[in-house]
Ligand binder design. Structure first.
Ligand code: HPA
Ligand code: ZN
Length: 335
């Protein structure tokens, strides 16, 4: 089928987005507007200035801009607006379930209360579920370039909001910040009933994926590109059906791959690994979830059957209960 014939399927098929950072959905317009409202100085005057800065040589150069931009978000209403804009966009792309990261420490370290962040995000999640029928889960991510004690303090603050948070994650600068550094806080989080995921094998080696699985006991791996350097790990992830969340446009934007075609997506398919397609930080990386599906469809010349398989994988990889998964899988099967 022609590209034009398959793009409507991408647009309309129900899907889950499982790897998106709410801070990475901050569009330049909102960044500038909120900065001006809150009296925050940014080195950019226009939307064009901001977009021109979106050229990254590696993960760190992206993170520098990501942490700078988020300074403009300050009060509960700002968090609400930020999250609501993403939920609206995701719903318009037929995302029916979103499991969304937020980085509490990116806010608390500049003097914002945890309660401001979580209340704004939660208010938006409640309204979006009401208004758009999208199902939402919030995942609190620890910044791995900060010490474990900071993550532990964050975890303790989060306990009173436990019912609003489905799990914990690990993000920010991976190289030099191995999963071992966070063994205690992940253990504590799991004992408190949080699910666990981690960015691993994004820029770090396959060993970081092993220790995320064995030590942090994650139920899902974010990015995981370096899994394919270790055939035992490929087998382990496949046999144990540990889902991997992949982010095509992001991984090219931060220079892990020259082009989407260099991603190990076919290898994942050929080895029976369950993976999903996600946007990661859509404002910074040139597209929301459907733009990522389109890039994959074009690059790998995927058939309708393969696209449907990817949408199914996203539902299977999610943390929804079996009943909700079954309902969405049945909808997908009508395609
Ligand atoms: N990797 C690591 N840290 C991040 C990312 C990412 O993709 N997005 C936001 N923080
Ligand atoms: Zn990410």
């Amino acid at each position: 089928m022609s590209d034009n014939g398959l793009f409507p399927i991408i647009a309309q098929i129900p899907k889950a987005e499982l790897h998106v950072h709410i801070e990475g959905t901050l569009e330049p317009e909102m960044m500038l507007h909120k900065a001006s409202k809150n009296g925050i100085a940014l080195p950019y005057k226009t939307v064009d200035d901001v977009r021109k800065a979106y050229r990254f040589s590696d993960l760190q150069s992206f993170l520098d801009l990501y942490y700078l931009g988020v300074n403009s978000i300050v009060d509960r209403n700002d968090y609400y607006d930020l999250a609501m804009a993403y939920f609206r966009k995701a719903s318009s792309q037929n995302v029916r379930r979103a499991e969304v990261f937020f980085d509490p420490q990116a806010h608390t370290r500049r003097g914002i209360d945890f309660s401001t962040v979580i209340n704004g995000l939660h208010d938006a999640a409640v309204d979006a579920q009401d208004r758009y029928g999208i199902s939402i889960g919030l995942i609190m991510s620890f910044l791995r370039d900060l010490p474990e004690e900071s993550a532990m303090r964050t975890m303790e603050e989060a306990l009173q909001y436990k019912k609003w948070i489905i799990g914990v994650g690990l993000d920010s600068k991976e190289l030099g910040n191995p999963p071992e550094k966070f063994a205690n806080v992940f253990k504590r989080a799991r004992n408190e009933g949080f699910l666990a995921v981690a960015h691993a094998g994004e820029e770090g080696p396959a060993e970081y994926v092993w220790s995320s699985i064995k030590l942090l006991k994650v139920s899902r791996i974010d990015h995981g590109y370096h899994i394919f350097e270790d055939s035992d790990l490929v087998r382990y992830v496949s046999v144990n059906q540990i889902p991997v969340t992949m982010c095509p446009l992001a991984s090219v934007s931060v220079n892990y791959f020259k082009r989407v075609g260099d991603m190990p997506l076919k290898k994942a398919l050929d080895n029976g690994i369950i993976f999903s397609i996600n946007s990661d930080d859509p404002s910074y990386f040139g597209g929301y979830i459907n733009e990522n599906y389109i890039a994959v469809r074009k690059t790998f010349n995927m058939s309708k059957t393969e696209l449907i398989k990817l949408a199914r994988f996203s539902i299977i990889s999610s943390f929804m209960n079996d009943h909700m998964k079954q309902k969405l899988l049945e909808e997908i099967d009508m395609w």
